[in-house]
Design a protein around this ligand. Structure first.
Ligand code: PRX
Length: 682
């Protein structure tokens, strides 16, 4: 294991230099005093925990008596049909992760029925449609009704407990009802981001072995129509296992319907509004969610029922200081884990009101988010650094036009937030009075693992740092030899030393890959794939991926996935994809291509072709920003591509190319530098 993959992004503090780079500390109260906040302020159920007097001792307790801590939280926060017998049975060495065994529950009951009993007319969803000012509200009663009708419809079409339903929809109430309907009848869902191409969708349908797909006729995003049904039609051509496609309506334009297609709303109206919830075991699968790894094949991470829901609910409430009656605005798409945990499951398990954002940050203008905050009176806003950087460039006036006095907490997720964007978010958007929480986590972790909050009201928050591990989370830094780094002011591979309820249990159909990726690199620890820096004070800052995964606009993509597509082009002999720092997207995609001998093509034409191949096979966001044609790639004598050299070239960090003596022919480096300069000067 080496750290050669650590990207140094210029706008970020270099690992090991956080204190020195004089980041301004922000206190959420003007007075800096040590408060002795009662643990009940963080967690009411902590009142009975022995010796717990503040946040730090509560965190220690959550690690030293993990059973006591999680047992109490699970009893307090979830509604069980049958109580669990054991809190956990985990062995990270073996990849065995089981929580709350013996317990039986239904996730949709936890997200809907129990709130319908107490406050049926409370708004569960506010659908912020693409057309500004046309938001639609759904109460808990209405959402339960929609979920039950859909659950019954799925059952009528043969969906059984344990089946997997693929959902290819934009962020909308019908999509949420589809997820919850699966949970209600005991089926797993597999939500595929509606920006993925037909090929990418088909690959995920096949891997999940879904016989049912749920989609919409069309989507509407940024004023443009997105042909969802057509994409599904193209995808299912290569998915013989698909029996039925349920089609919801979003636009008035009729779409072609085949024998297997079912008009969803029409059929739902025929169904009963009561649907008996399936009695699920804690460790039954709740959903699969595909994400990128360092190979060309995306992995379907498996999340289960009780532990996932508990962790999403607890973190949503405590990291953002969510209180009953607040409006929670997580603008992530439901196709990603952030949409699962903080648009759907966390807020609904807490009986909250959650916003479904179905547009873009700049449609119809760069004031969209803040206009929405004013209109919907959003209290917690949770977004991605890439959007913050984009909006910052459009200027303060787009923010100041709108009343943001409802805002209490601002969140950031998905990639590092640079200090400039953090400061702007805090000072301009939050008027200097809302804490900004930079939350670190992953599809694999299920929920937030490191974030500045919860903490005492007057505890410091350092810009651009996730800082504090959540309850039950024990971060550990490892050196290149696999030894634990115990001192502060140090960087290493970020591992988590104890299991927590929200973590993924497996990779669908490939538990061995799960063990090899997460459990074997540092036996006994969960390896996150990220590097981190621990400051003098013991706070954590994420420094970037250690593997060949890049992060484009907060979307994770394996470089190998893009290479696989590029290499399919008949003119291409081989390629290497590198992520480079991009001032809006966080990282951009840079492709080096070696052509086959005697190929006669115009580079410009081939670039266009490669772009459309990536868009068709993966998604638009994965398209290359730069394609450099080279005679050869820098390789070691054993034939391995030296990506480190390519990375240094695209980052223009030529002073630290490092040791080139193992290169087969060091002259290749100058060729590549020359070509890079020419490309940029075009
Ligand atoms: O590299 C880390 C980065 O995003 C990766 C996880 O991506 P994904 O599974 O798609 O989930 C994104 C939403 C949780 C991580 O391995 N990442 C996520 N949050 C942060 C981050 N990098 C730096 N700071 C963060 N706050």
């Amino acid at each position: 294991m080496t750290f050669s993959g650590v990207m140094w992004l210029p706008w970020r503090c270099a690992p090991g230099r956080v204190s020195a780079c004089a980041v301004r500390r922000v206190f959420t109260s003007a007075l800096r005093r040590r408060s002795s906040c009662s643990p009940a302020a963080f967690l009411p159920e902590a009142a009975g925990f022995q010796g717990v007097k503040d946040r730090a001792t509560l965190h220690e307790y959550s690690l030293s008596d993990s059973q006591g801590f999680w047992g109490a939280v699970a009893r307090h926060r979830l509604s069980w049909i049958r109580p669990f017998d054991t809190v956990q049975d985990c062995d990270l060495r073996q990849g065995r992760i089981k929580w709350f065994e013996g317990g039986k529950l239904n996730v949709s009951v936890n997200c809907l029925d129990r709130h319908v009993h107490t406050c049926p007319e409370r708004v569960a969803l506010i659908w912020e449609r693409d057309e500004r000012g046309s938001e639609v509200r759904y109460t808990y009663r209405e959402l339960l009704e929609m979920t039950c009708r859909l659950g019954n419809l799925l059952k009528r079409h043969g969906v059984k407990r344990g089946d997997c339903v693929t959902i290819y929809m934009p962020t909308c109430p019908l999509a949420v009802a589809s997820m919850l309907a699966c949970a209600r009848i005991g089926a797993a869902h597999n939500v595929v981001f509606a920006g993925f191409s037909a090929e990418a969708l088909a690959e995920r349908i096949r891997d999940a072995q879904s016989s049912i797909v749920i989609t919409m006729d069309q989507g509407v995003r940024g004023g443009k129509v997105v042909e969802l049904k057509k994409t599904v039609d193209a995808a299912v051509e290569s998915c013989p296992m698909v029996r039925q496609v349920f089609v919801g309506l979003r636009t008035d334009k009729p779409v072609a319907m085949a024998a297997r297609d079912i008009p969803m709303e029409e059929e739902m109206q025929k169904e009963d509004v009561v649907c008996e919830p399936a009695v699920m075991d804690s460790e039954d699968v709740l959903f699969l969610l595909y994400t990128s790894g360092s190979t060309g094949k995306p992995k379907g991470l498996v999340h289960t029922q009780a532990g996932y829901l508990l962790y999403a609910a607890l973190t949503q409430r405590s990291v953002f200081s969510y209180q009953d009656g607040d409006v929670f605005g997580c603008v992530a798409d439901i196709g990603w884990i952030t949409g699962h945990s903080y648009t759907v499951y966390g807020p609904l398990a807490n009986g909250g009101t959650t916003v479904l954002f179905d547009s873009t940050p700049i449609y119809p203008d760069p004031g969209r988010y803040w206009d929405m905050v004013e209109r919907l009176k959003i209290n917690q806003f949770y977004g991605a650094p890439t959007a913050i950087r984009l909006l910052l460039k459009h200027g303060d006036e787009w923010v100041n036009k709108y009343d943001r006095s409802s805002l209490k907490t601002l969140g950031s997720v998905g990639e590092p937030i640079n200090t400039e964007a953090w400061e702007w978010y805090h000072r301009v958007v939050g008027e200097g009075r809302c804490p900004v929480v930079d939350t670190w986590w992953q599809t694999e972790t299920g929920g937030i693992c490191i974030a500045p909050k919860p903490s005492e009201a007057d505890a410091e928050i350092i810009p651009g740092m996730a800082m504090r591990p959540f309850f039950g989370i024990k971060p550990v830094l490892m050196d290149t030899e696999g030894k634990t780094l115990t001192s502060n002011n140090t960087s290493g591979a970020l591992c988590l030393a104890q299991p927590w309820p929200g973590m993924a249990r497996s990779i669908h159909n490939n538990h061995q890959r799960f063990i090899e990726t997460y459990c074997l690199p540092y036996p006994g620890y969960f390896f996150t794939g990220d590097g981190a820096y621990r400051s003098e004070e013991g706070y954590y800052q994420i420094t970037g991926r250690l593997d060949d995964v890049i992060n484009v606009s907060g979307h994770r993509i394996g470089t190998a996935e893009i290479e696989d597509v590029v290499n399919q082009c008949p003119a291409v002999a081989e390629s290497a994809v590198i992520g480079y720092s991009h001032n809006i997207k966080g990282q951009g995609v840079y492709v080096f291509v070696v052509l086959k001998k005697n190929v006669d093509v115009q580079e410009a034409d081939l670039s266009k072709q490669l772009n459309s191949m990536v868009s068709k096979n993966i998604a638009k966001y994965a398209c290359p920003d730069f394609i450099q044609f080279v005679q050869r790639l820098p390789k070691t004598r054993s034939g391995k591509i030296m990506r480190r050299v390519l990375r240094k070239v695209v980052e223009r960090d030529l002073d630290s190319l490092g040791d080139l003596s193992t290169l087969d022919d060091p002259a290749v480096v100058q060729e590549i530098i020359q070509g890079h300069r020419q490309l940029l000067s075009k």
